[in-house]
Design a protein around this ligand. Structure first.
Ligand code: AMP
Ligand code: MG
Length: 440
């Protein structure tokens, strides 16, 4: 009986976790296409910088510092000699000249890293090496070049003044000075400074881990033989891996996946564990085998849109898997993929790494020849920059307009941005460019 009286536990209410969603995308403009800058701002708004971690200074070059660094020591740490020569009292040699040299007894020697043997008495000199601590009593250094380099006595034939060739304690950096600030991007110079003040580790944002996948059943790995006339080598995964590396990422190039939905889903799912960002090319346009568009929404919320740019119109973005890992899905034509990288991936990589500015600055250069353009879309033409004898830079076209023209792309060192309204640029007109060779 008691059993019957026992209250039944209410069924636990299983709440369906709310499916993750992307923020509302920006409104398209005229022609139903999204402006390039709007799409870029949208992607940037969907990702956050990676959390900081402690890293050895040598592995931190190019990374963004996440803490202020305060010098724990002054530089120089002690008054020391800037020259190989003799430590003296300036007053003893203030009138020395070639005609009226001053002779002083040499009473010892100081090397870098060793203390002076004793205080310098008036009327004497002590041999001293660059970087060695200034002996007490000395206030100037006479370089070898102004002496006869004597060992017992030294003949000095130039006058000296107090402090000459002496590096003063703290004249470069003072203990307690903030030498680097959060947000600074570490260079070889700043890493030298960190080492100089005795710092071996810093808090930085890590290199984003980027997985690169190319899709297409026609693709063959370079180095292997092409089997038929329909196959081509996979250039995108190499090009994008190289571009991501140059932008500071740690890259995992997966390479080609055929146009098979199950295989693509498997590969992308498997890669999620090691990705802060996934890049794919191909399969986002209107073709029957454009499987990226078909498969990726199964892994997380995605946004496929037409962007008012040429090349690079079809663009895909998603936040996939458990961790909502960002994925940027680019068109397959190599030039389209490259332009998409420059327009969207590079800024996203820089935001992940906390490196500002996220967007490349545009530089105005003079067009070397007339350029026609299709209005309605932002045209990205490939350019070659030339500098004349006066240092004036002009930009010329490299190769044609086609998005399959990788030869022309490889010759270029700039992208020309010809805006939606412009259909003609005359020779001599100024034009907006992104300089590709510069890490800006
Ligand atoms: P898709 O965007 O997949 O329709 O591809 C557009 C064009 O780009 C086709 O001619 C593809 O063969 C070519 N393509 C796609 N992926 C690659 C790649 N990884 N390397 C070189 N060409 C590619
Ligand atoms: Mg394809």
């Amino acid at each position: 009986m008691p059993l019957l009286r026992r209250k039944r536990k209410p069924e636990p209410v299983v709440e369906e976790p709310e499916a993750p969603k992307l923020p509302d995308p920006p409104e398209p403009g005229a022609g139903g296409l999204r402006a390039m800058a709007d799409h870029r701002a949208y992607l940037l708004s969907c990702i956050e910088p990676l959390p900081p971690f402690g890293q050895q200074i040598l592995d931190s070059v190019g990374l963004s510092l996440c803490e202020d660094v305060v010098a724990g020591v002054s530089m120089p740490r002690f008054d020391n000699s800037a020259m190989d020569g003799y430590a003296v009292r300036a007053a003893d040699v203030q009138n020395a000249t070639e005609q009226t040299p001053v002779s002083l007894p040499v009473v010892g020697e100081v090397q870098a890293g060793s203390p002076a043997p004793h205080t310098l008495s008036p009327g004497t000199a002590m041999k001293i090496m660059t970087g060695a601590a200034l002996p007490e009593g000395a206030d100037a250094i006479v370089p070898y070049e102004a002496t006869d380099r004597g060992a017992e006595d030294v003949r000095i034939n130039e006058p000296s003044i107090n402090g000459q060739h002496v590096r003063r304690v703290g004249e470069d950096v003072n203990e307690g000075d903030t030498v680097l600030r959060a947000g600074d991007r570490l260079t070889s110079r700043s890493i030298g400074l960190l080492a100089a003040i005795g710092v071996d580790q810093v808090m930085v944002r890590p290199r984003p881990r980027v997985v690169v996948v190319s899709t297409g059943s026609e693709l063959v790995e370079p180095g292997l033989a092409l089997q038929n006339d329909q196959q081509i080598y996979d250039s995108n995964s190499y090009m994008l891996a190289a571009a991501a590396k140059a932008a500071g990422a740690q890259v995992f190039r997966v390479g080609r996946v055929p146009d098979d939905p199950a295989q693509l889903k498997q590969v992308i799912s498997d890669q999620l564990v090691r990705a802060d960002l996934i890049l794919t090319t191909g399969g986002v346009s209107q073709g029957d085998y454009d499987i990226v568009k078909q498969v990726l929404p199964e892994l997380g919320p995605c946004d496929f849109s037409g962007v008012a740019m040429q090349p690079g119109k079809p663009q895909g973005f998603g936040l996939i898997g458990e961790d909502q890992t960002p994925i940027i899905m680019m068109p397959g034509n190599p030039v389209s993929a490259f332009v998409s990288f420059e327009a969207f991936v590079r800024p996203v990589l820089r935001k992940l790494a906390g490196v500002e500015p996220f967007v490349r600055p545009t530089v105005r250069l003079t067009a070397a020849r007339a350029i026609t353009s299709v209005p309605g879309k932002l045209q990205f033409a490939r350019g070659v920059v030339r500098t004349d004898d006066q240092g004036h830079r002009t930009v010329d076209l490299a190769g044609g307009h086609g998005s399959h023209l990788l030869g022309g792309l490889s010759l270029s060192d700039a992208l020309l941005l010809i805006d939606e309204e412009t259909d003609f640029v005359a020779a001599g007109d100024e034009i907006d460019c992104w300089l590709l060779g510069e890490d800006n």
